[in-house]
Structures are given as C-alpha cells and as structure tokens.
Design a protein around this ligand. Structure first.
Ligand SMILES: *Cc1c(COP(=O)(O)O)cnc(C)c1O
Length: 440
C-alpha cells in the first residue's frame, strides 16, 4: 500500500515512511492510495472468525510488506489485551467502552499500535533514533507516555494548553521524566497544534532530529482506530442484538475528527453502517460546516468540560473531504451536532438517575448526538452505538460531588496524584519554543 499527500497527490510513500515522517511536505496529511474492500461474506460471518484474524484482515492491506503478517499478529494480540465492553443502556442505545487501557482513554489503542511499529523499526535498524512531538488536548499525552516511556532511541515532547486539561490528565504525562519532556503552553490547544506544525516545517530542527507526530494525523495512530467499529459490530452480532448485515449507527465524540474519520474508512471498507454522527461540544466548526452548505470557517477554540474535544481547526477535516469527495456524499452519511456544557452535565445526571450508568463528559456528548439523530430520524430502525472514549474518573474536576462518590476507580489513581510534576511552562511563542527544542 502506498500513501499520497492530500496536498500533493504526486507525493507517494510507503507505510514506514509515512509513519516516520508523520506529515508530508507543506503539512499534507497522508492518505491511503486505495481503500481495500472486505468481502461481503466475511462481514456477514464476522462473528465466526477469531477476533485476531478479523483485525489482521482489516489492517494488513494498509501495512503489507513493511511489517510481516507474523509481526502484525503479535501487535494485534497486545492490543487485544485491552478489554472492550459494549453495554445496552436502553432500547437502541449501546455504549462501547474504549477506556479500559492503561491511561483510561481510547487513545491507548492507537498509540500502542504506533509504539509497537516504531519499536520494531528501531529493532530492525530501519531507524536509529526518533523524536516524537505531540500537541495534546488532554488524553493523547498520557497514552503517548504509556506507549513510549523508556523505549530506547525515542525522545518524547508533549505540548498541552496550560490550565485547560484535567488534573489527572496532567499527572498522567508530567510525572515521568526520563525520555518524556512535557511543556505547558500559555494558550489553547489550537495554539499548541500550531507550534507543533511550525516545528515540523523548521529546517534547523529537521536537521537536528528525525521528527514525527503521534496525533491522529499519523496514519499509524489513525488506522487502527477502525478496530473499534468492527469490534462493536461483531459484538452486537454475537450478543444477537443484530443479525448479519444489519446496519448500525455510530455516534462519536469528536475533536480532531480522527476517530470519526476511521469510522468513515470502516464504512468504505464494507462495514454495514447506516449513518455516522460526529458529536461535538461548543467547538462546532464541523456542525456549522455541514449545516451551512459546506462553508468551512474555524473560529477560536473554547474551553469546555469535554476538554479533549476543544478543537476548532480539526486536523482530519481534509481527510474527510478526501474520502467523501463531494459535500453531498458527506451529508448523506454524516451528521454533526454541537452541545453545551450545561446539557452535557444534565445528561450525565439524567443517565445516572435513569439507567444507573455514569458517562464521562465526552461520552455524554456522544449520547446526546445519538439521541438527537434518533429524534430527527424517527423511521430509522437501526441500533445505535455511542462511544465512551475516556473513563469518568479522569474528569472528576468537572463532575458533581454526588456522582464522584459513585465512580469506583479513584484508588488506582491516588499514587499518581501525589507524584511531583516535571513539566515546564512556556509562552505561546514559536521562537521560545524552538530554542527549547534545540536545547534538548
Ligand atoms: C481525543 C479524544 C476525543 C476526540 O477524538 P478525535 O479523534 O480527536 O476526534 C474524544 N474523547 C476523548 C476522551 C478524547 O481523548
């Protein structure tokens, strides 16, 4: 499989180069040259195959020849050590829990996949050293630390918006040291993302180190996110909640739109998806884009309680355009709605009271998206699945006291909360940031 740059379709490269580079020249995102189509028979009988074989079959064409089938299989087995649960909340509302990984967010899975690939490249001598530079809105940081901590040959630099992420998210990345460097920026997540993009274009920095990203712009983090949708679909068949080839709905809490973009890719590969819902907080660039006939106008980003989605210029927007080609195709397959913090909190309360299930703010936004879609499309009979992308314990800063006492995981995090932080604080200024990078 080759990948082309969305900014310049003449620019082609293989999986290894696309992973190591992170982005093509001029900040072009990589995109697979051909989307493989799975056989109808395979989808119909997906519950009869071993889950390892299912995931292998999905990812193999994207990586073919760079990593052997045997190595890929080993990576998949590691990823499947993380549990994935699907729970019925009420009629037509299923929650897919993706937070059972080590840092309790869905990002653990994509990062783990990427880290395993890099580890393999280092072991085989394809690369000697790699610097991973990442802007995080909260959860990527912890996942990257967990994936890369003490991996020889890697140096990690994480940027996050100062004062705009939860206490636990901050501790999950700033308390480690060793090959992990954490920088709080006095600005928003979009500012952090801009500094990172600028560093990628900086020839002096490029000459000093081999630089890659670990956001969903990196294909090695983005592509394995397709697994969630196949896993969820297969589980609903196994539990006899749907029958083979029934179509389903997915509501995905969206920030940089990498995850929903992986859902679109899964649909293109043949997963029977009726419709996709990208649910956002008040950072509503994509809902406005869809509702204003395709006018794209990002504004500044706002801080919310679903902070991992405080993004106003979603980096995967251009990938959505690449997959769907025309605006008409996008709106036929994808709806997007935005919700306030007030509604998010009242939904967390409501779902807890009525169904005894505690949502985190991101999952609550996804729940709201599914609810809104089902109200607007009364005749659609498909089952709906919404994604719980982080454990509620990560957001207790924002949750009402009576709910916090019901969250059971707190003890696991006490040690982390007491550990000292090793981060530094920098202004939102590229020159200062680049000097810091060069001093490492
Ligand atoms: C990163 C994140 C999201 C947004 O995912 P994108 O792929 O950037 O759209 C949603 N929820 C949580 C908890 C996250 O950490």
């Amino acid at each position: 499989m080759f990948y082309y740059s969305i900014k310049n379709t003449q620019y082609r490269t293989n999986f290894k180069e696309a992973l190591v580079k992170g982005m093509a020249p001029n900040q072009g995102l990589f995109f697979p040259e051909k989307i493989p189509i799975l056989k109808k028979d395979f989808i119909k009988n997906i519950h009869k195959y071993d889950i390892n074989d299912v995931l292998l079959r999905i990812i193999k064409p994207f990586i073919y020849k760079v990593i052997s089938e045997y190595e890929l299989y080993k990576i998949i087995i590691e990823i499947l050590n993380i549990h994935y649960r699907i729970i019925k909340i009420k009629s037509r509302f299923y929650v897919l829990e993706l937070f059972h990984g080590p840092t309790m967010s869905f990002k653990d899975i994509g990062v783990k996949f990427m880290a395993s690939c890099i580890n393999l490249f280092l072991q085989k001598g394809y690369i000697n050293k790699l610097t991973i530079l990442v802007a995080t809105s909260g959860d990527t940081g912890g996942a990257v630390v967990n994936g890369f901590y003490k991996i020889p040959g890697t140096s990690i630099i994480l940027l996050y918006p100062y004062g705009k992420i939860s206490n636990i998210q901050e501790k999950q990345m700033t308390t480690f040291g060793y090959n992990i460097n954490t920088v709080a920026i006095k600005g928003t997540f979009d500012d952090c993302q801009k500094l990172v993009k600028q560093a990628f274009l900086d020839k002096i920095i490029q000459s000093k180190c081999l630089l890659t990203s670990a956001n969903s712009i990196n294909i090695a983090r983005w592509l394995p996110q397709m697994f969630y949708y196949f896993i969820a679909y297969r589980k609903l068949i196994q539990y006899e909640e749907i029958i083979n080839n029934d179509q389903v709905l997915f509501s995905v809490p969206s920030g940089n739109f990498g995850n929903i973009c992986a859902a679109i890719l899964s649909y293109k590969m043949g997963l029977p998806v009726k419709h996709l819902i990208a649910s956002t907080n008040i950072n509503d660039t994509i809902p406005r884009f869809l509702n204003n006939g395709g006018v794209y106008s990002p504004t500044i980003s706002h801080s919310t309680i679903s902070n991992a989605m405080d993004v106003s210029s979603p980096s995967n927007y251009c990938r959505i355009l690449s997959i769907c080609k025309e605006f008409e195709i996008i709106i036929n397959n994808l709806s997007s709605y935005s919700f306030s913090d007030e509604l998010t909190l009242s939904t967390i309360n409501k779902v807890c009271n009525q169904y005894n299930y505690i949502l985190d703010p991101h999952g609550a936004v996804a729940y709201l998206g599914l609810e809104k879609y089902l109200i607007k499309n009364k005749y659609n009979k498909s089952q709906g699945i919404f994604l719980e992308t982080a454990h509620p314990v990560k957001f207790t800063d924002f949750m009402p006291q009576h709910l916090i006492s019901k969250i059971s995981e707190t003890s696991r995090l006490n040690k982390l909360i007491k550990s000292p932080q090793k981060n530094i604080l920098l202004p939102n200024n590229y020159e200062v940031f680049s000097n810091y990078l060069l001093s490492l």
